[in-house]
Ligand binder design. Structure first.
Ligand code: MN
Ligand code: MN
Length: 305
């Protein structure tokens, strides 16, 4: 029985990581576009973007991912190298090495605070309420996997160790906590209704700035509040992996990041069988393999702890 549960957990963890990469690759095609521009560009396809075709402002290959996924992968490797612990210095060094590799895209806050880290050697960015972008929230998945089954305070400390290397703001912290607890609940078999009652509703009650209406938030920016509002709406307004991803990326704006976060949550909720095969086939095979392997390795560390 225990072995069966563990296998289910591992399968969901893999689906979450693959869903995350799929959302990044799908959304990147329409990143920074408005919904109107997307409708015009995809007029031949009913005005909806729904295939892994690459392109976008980064001129990606079909199935190619961006900083959201590549930063998460280097973070996960750093956690594995520390035997499953989330060490601020190891995280900052991993991100710095990633930046030296000239990634195809990088957020302004990430760059600025990593440049500061190079000068000071301090892996904790100075606190700033202006650093409320979604750059830390977009890469919480390795932390969620590495801390599965740990007590809430341990989880929160690990969330901050990762996040504060580049984003040291209360709004970012609140969003990161909410996402990590949601994905962990989903990995353990929680339903969307469970997530709403136990995580989303209390989160919005404690942090009213994140309150959202059922109506779609169009063109969500990189501000973590708008990002979370779009993510939560898309998740709650749709009943399948594919439907919530198509919904959120067609709102445009920071579509690779909203797509990645929705893909992470929906992958954990709906499992591997819900991931569209045509998308998985198109995903960069190297990324597909690394996401799968890392999900397994991080869950293995969490279960051994
Ligand atoms: Mn990106
Ligand atoms: Mn983005």
């Amino acid at each position: 029985m225990l072995a069966t549960l563990d296998n289910q957990l591992i399968a969901r963890a893999e689906a979450s990581y693959l869903g995350f990469a799929l959302g990044d690759a799908l959304g990147a095609t329409v990143e920074f576009m408005t919904p109107r521009e997307i409708r015009a560009t995809f007029a031949r396809y009913g005005g909806i973007h729904r295939e892994m075709i690459g392109g976008g402002w980064l001129r990606l290959k079909p199935g190619q991912v961006t900083d959201d996924t590549t930063m998460s992968l280097v973070l996960g490797d750093a956690i594995l190298a520390c035997d499953g612990r989330v060490e601020p210095l190891a995280c900052a060094q991993a991100f710095d090495a990633w930046m030296r590799g000239k990634p195809i895209d990088i957020g302004n806050t990430v760059r600025r605070n990593l440049v500061t880290f190079r000068k000071t050697g301090d892996p904790v960015a100075p606190p700033s309420e202006h650093d409320a972008g979604n750059g830390a929230a977009m890469r919480v998945l390795p932390v969620a996997l590495a801390t599965l089954g740990r007590d809430d305070e341990t989880v929160r400390a690990a969330v901050r160790a990762q996040a504060h290397t580049t984003h040291h703001s209360a709004a970012s912290d609140a969003a990161c906590d909410c996402l990590v607890f949601m994905v962990q609940d989903a990995l353990r078999g929680g339903s969307l209704r469970d997530l709403y009652r136990q995580r989303i509703r209390p989160f919005v009650a404690a942090h009213p700035e994140f309150a959202f209406r059922p109506r779609r938030r169009e063109n969500p920016s990189g501000w973590v509040v708008e990002t979370l509002q779009a993510v939560l709406q898309a998740l709650l307004n749709n009943g399948s992996f594919e439907a919530c991803l198509i919904d959120v990326v067609n709102r445009g704006g920071d579509a690779d990041t909203t797509g990645a976060i929705v893909g992470m949550l929906a992958g954990a909720l709906y499992g591997h069988a819900a991931l569209p095969v045509r998308w998985l086939r198109a995903l960069d095979p190297q990324v597909r393999m690394r996401c799968t392997m890392q999900a397994r390795a991080l869950v293995a560390f969490a279960q051994a702890a």
